[in-house]
Design a protein around this ligand. Structure first.
Ligand code: NDP
Length: 282
C-alpha cells in the first residue's frame, strides 16, 4: 500500500499563543473531512516574525493565521493583499497562491457569514460599538456586504472617527462617529447592533456595554464578537427584549470556515468546528 507521509502544513503565528483555541477547531475539520493536514500553533515573538514567514515559505506551508501582535506587521513580509485586507490594513489569514503569499482578513468576513444566518445586512443601518481591530474589520465587511450606514460608537474619539472616515472613503456605505461619554441610546430605525469591543470577554463576564437596553426593539438583530462565553450578558439582555442574536463563536467559526476554503478549496462543516470549540468548554 502506498503511503504519503508528507502532510500539508498550516498554522498560526502569535504571542501569546497558548490560549488560542483555533488549532482544536481547524484540526477537527481536517479529521471530519479526512484531510491529512496539520495546523501548528506557534508562539512567535515580534522580532522573529520575518524568520517565521520565511520558514513557512521555505517549508511550503499552504497558509497560516496571524494573530496579536502580528496582524499589521506581517504585511511587510507578504507578496500582496486581498481586496478587503487592503482596505482594513490588517491580515489574519495568509494564503499560498502559486509561489506568492497573499494576506486576507477573515475576521469581518466570518462575522458577516454568521450574521447572515440571522438577517440579510443589505440596506440596514448599523450601530457598531468599538473601533479596534475587530470593529474595523467588521465595519469594512458589513459595508462591502451592502449595509446602508454605520454609526461607530467608541470611547476614544480618534479611533472612532478613523473607522468612520475609512468607511466613507473606501466603501459604498456611509458612516458617522458618535461619542460614548454617557449611556448610548440606540436610534430608532437601527437594524443591527454589534458589540465589537472587548467588553464581556472571560473572565469579565458580568461586564456589559453601556447602552440603554430599553432602546433595543424586537426588530433589531444584536450581534457580539466575544467568543468566550458565547452567550454574553449583552446577548442575554437583547434576547430578553425579543431581539434575534448572533454570537462571537459563530464569528470565530465563520472566519475558520473561510480560511479553510482559501487553503483547501473545501466548504467545511461549520457545525463540526463549533462543536470542537464547545467541547473545550467555550
Ligand atoms: P482592540 O484592543 O483593538 O479594541 C478594543 C475596543 O474595545 C476598542 O474600541 C476600545 O475602546 C473598546 N473598549 C475596551 N474596553 C472598553 C470599555 N470599558 N468601555 C468602552 N469601550 C471599551 O481589540 P480587538 O478589536 O482586536 O478585539 C476586540 C474583541 O473582539 C476581543 O475581545 C476579541 O475577543 C473579539 N474578537 C473576536 C473574534 C472572533 O472571531 N469572534 C476575532 C477578533 C476579535 P477605545 O478605543 O476607547 O480604547
Amino acid at each position: 500500500m502506498a503511503h504519503d507521509f508528507l502532510q500539508p502544513l498550516t498554522g498560526s503565528f502569535a504571542q501569546p499563543a497558548g490560549e488560542n483555541p483555533t488549532v482544536a477547531m481547524i484540526e477537527a475539520a481536517f479529521r471530519h473531512h479526512g484531510l491529512n493536514w496539520r495546523y501548528l500553533n506557534c508562539e512567535v515573538a515580534p522580532e522573529n516574525l520575518g524568520d517565521a514567514v520565511r520558514g513557512a515559505r521555505a517549508m511550503g506551508w499552504k497558509g497560516f493565521n496571524c494573530s496579536i501582535p502580528h496582524k499589521v506587521a506581517v504585511i511587510a513580509h507578504l507578496d500582496g493583499l486581498g481586496g478587503s485586507a487592503e482596505i482594513i490594513g490588517a491580515v489574519n489569514t495568509i494564503v499560498r497562491r502559486g509561489e506568492k503569499l497573499i494576506g486576507e482578513n477573515t475576521d469581518g468576513k466570518g462575522f458577516v457569514r454568521a450574521l447572515s444566518r440571522v438577517t440579510d445586512p443589505k440596506g440596514k443601518r448599523v450601530v457598531l460599538l468599538g473601533a479596534g481591530g475587530a470593529a474595523r474589520a467588521v465595519a469594512v465587511e458589513l459595508a462591502l456586504a451592502g449595509v446602508a450606514h454605520i454609526t461607530v460608537v467608541n470611547r476614544s474619539r480618534e479611533r472612532g472617527e478613523t473607522v468612520a472616515a475609512l468607511i466613507n472613503a473606501k466603501t459604498p456605505a456611509s458612516a458617522d462617529y458618535a461619542a460614548w461619554a454617557e449611556t448610548f441610546r440606540i436610534p430608532a430605525g437601527t437594524g443591527i447592533v454589534v458589540n465589537a469591543t472587548s467588553i464581556g470577554l472571560y473572565p469579565d463576564i458580568e461586564a456589559t456595554p453601556d447602552i440603554d437596553y430599553d432602546t433595543l426593539s424586537p426588530d433589531m438583530v444584536v450581534a457580539d464578537g466575544i467568543p468566550n462565553p458565547p452567550l454574553t450578558k449583552f446577548l442575554k439582555a437583547a434576547q430578553a427584549r425579543g431581539c434575534k442574536t448572533a454570537d462571537g463563536l459563530g464569528m470565530l467559526v465563520g472566519q475558520g470556515v473561510i480560511g479553510l476554503k482559501y487553503w483547501t478549496g473545501l466548504d467545511v462543516d461549520a457545525e463540526v468546528m463549533r462543536q470542537a470549540l464547545l467541547d473545550l468548554g467555550l
